[in-house]
Design a binder for this molecule. Structure first.
Ligand code: NIG
Ligand code: FE
Length: 414
């Protein structure tokens, strides 16, 4: 049986086989009076009503809804989160507001390491319950597909536990989930004097094969940053991961320009994330390599750092995606509408560029563009009904969410 959604003002990026870059990133298709025919949760046809219903027998349509001309966009794809965590870190936020730098908190054994302790102390059921709550908050704000990283385990057992919880989120919530292995999120205190040993003996020799055998994670990510993992260590890990069939991501040049963006281009990683401090040369090399820049403006907001220059990065022909980075430390934000507003207001991207960045390019950044990211035949019927005439509302109506209704696989879920 089929469902027919009628009378929508529909905005979507158009997928022609690759992430959109440069002027293409700002090209959005707008269809007034659009209809969408959905079959088994997948878009079968979309366009003018008479074309959409041509040859379809009324008896085959089990459900019909008229949206009264409301603005509809694809569901948001959030391509970078650490949303599986056991405890909030409000105390640390207070320390940061008082002037203590984020990396200094980590160097003192807090930050990511405090989240690692919390995950170790929390049983799997409870970790699932707490993570699910934040994931459902993201869904209510329009996120229908989400990437979730491990990385608050840092020993093999705890990393595998996190990935099992991430898989459960994928099975027991309406969202589509892209699981990423990020055992290289911080150097555990017991390896502080010999981080190479952690990279070579633990991450590469022990964790990668076990994570591969577990079969949940599709991507491998690393925090390439001063005092965390060097470019050389990141290169060794990512090459080993690629050889085992993982797709690659990298946290690059978030605080310092270490050259992570250059490494991303060299290894043709699917994406490089953060990039607040990345150099023009390395960003342009990423564009040539086809590596997607995943920008996280809510993290710049929360860390009180200058925003990545989204405007230039788009103009340099790098495909740009945007994400929340939702995590208990550097950025406790699960709201894609907030990130959308920051992209427009603080990174000087156009509304159309931000729409591509939060849907189609985000889907490419997590390898799921064949299923989600735009409203076209063959893709999942994941869409949002907005309060407003156009997607401009997402930036215009500050501090509110303009997302009124959320549909996943053609069903209303929030
Ligand atoms: O993307 N930069 C490294 N990882 C996260 C922060 C994780 C945390 O502080 O818990 C990020 O900002
Ligand atoms: Fe991150």
């Amino acid at each position: 049986m089929k469902k027919l959604y009628r009378n929508m003002r529909l905005f979507t990026a158009v997928d022609n086989g690759r992430a959109l870059a440069g002027a293409e990133q700002g090209k959005i298709s707008e269809l007034k009076n659009a209809s969408m025919l959905v079959s088994n949760g997948v878009v079968e046809r979309v366009g003018a009503e008479d074309e959409v219903t041509k040859g379809i027998c009324g008896r085959d349509i089990s459900f019909e809804k008229d949206f009264g001309g409301a603005c509809v966009i694809p569901g948001f794809v959030d391509p970078h989160t650490h949303i599986c965590f056991a405890k909030r870190r409000e105390d640390e936020f207070g320390m940061r507001l008082a002037g203590l730098p984020y990396l200094e908190i980590l160097a003192r054994g807090g930050g990511i390491l405090s989240s690692v302790n919390a995950v170790k102390e929390t049983d799997e059921e409870e970790l699932f319950r707490r993570s699910e709550r934040t994931v459902l908050a993201a869904l209510s704000k329009g996120t229908t597909t989400i990437e979730i990283k491990s990385g608050y385990g840092l020993d093999t057992e705890a990393e595998l536990k996190m990935l099992r919880v991430i898989e459960r989120i994928s099975k027991e919530t309406p969202l589509t989930v892209a699981p990423t292995f990020m055992g290289a999120h911080a150097v555990p205190p017991e390896y502080k004097s010999d981080p190479d040993k952690f990279v070579d003996e633990i991450l590469i020799k022990e964790m990668l094969p076990k994570v591969k055998a577990q079969g949940i994670a599709r991507f491998c990510d690393v925090f390439c940053e001063e005092g965390v993992f060097s470019v050389e260590q990141s290169r060794r890990l990512l090459k080993a991961a690629a050889a085992m069939g993982f797709k690659l991501k990298i946290h690059a040049d978030e605080v310092n320009d270490l050259g992570g963006a250059g490494l991303a281009a060299e290894l043709h990683t699917t994406s490089a994330e953060h990039l607040l401090a990345a150099s023009e040369e390395h960003l342009k090399a990423m564009g040539e390599a086809g590596t997607i820049a995943v920008l996280l403006p809510a993290t710049a907001y929360s860390l009180k750092k200058p925003y990545a220059n989204g405007r230039n990065i788009v103009d340099w022909n790098v495909p740009v995606a945007i994400a929340t980075d939702c995590n208990p430390g550097s950025c406790f934000c699960e709201s894609m509408p907030f990130v959308f507003g920051l992209a427009v207001m603080k990174m000087n991207m156009t509304v159309d560029e931000a729409l591509t960045a939060s849907t189609l390019n985000a889907a490419y950044a997590i390898g799921l563009a064949d299923k989600v990211g735009s409203l076209q035949p063959g893709k999942q019927a994941d869409f949002l009904v907005l309060d407003g005439e156009t997607p401009v509302a997402l930036a215009y109506h500050a501090g509110s969410t303009s997302v009124m209704e959320v549909y996943k696989l053609g069903e209303k879920v929030a």
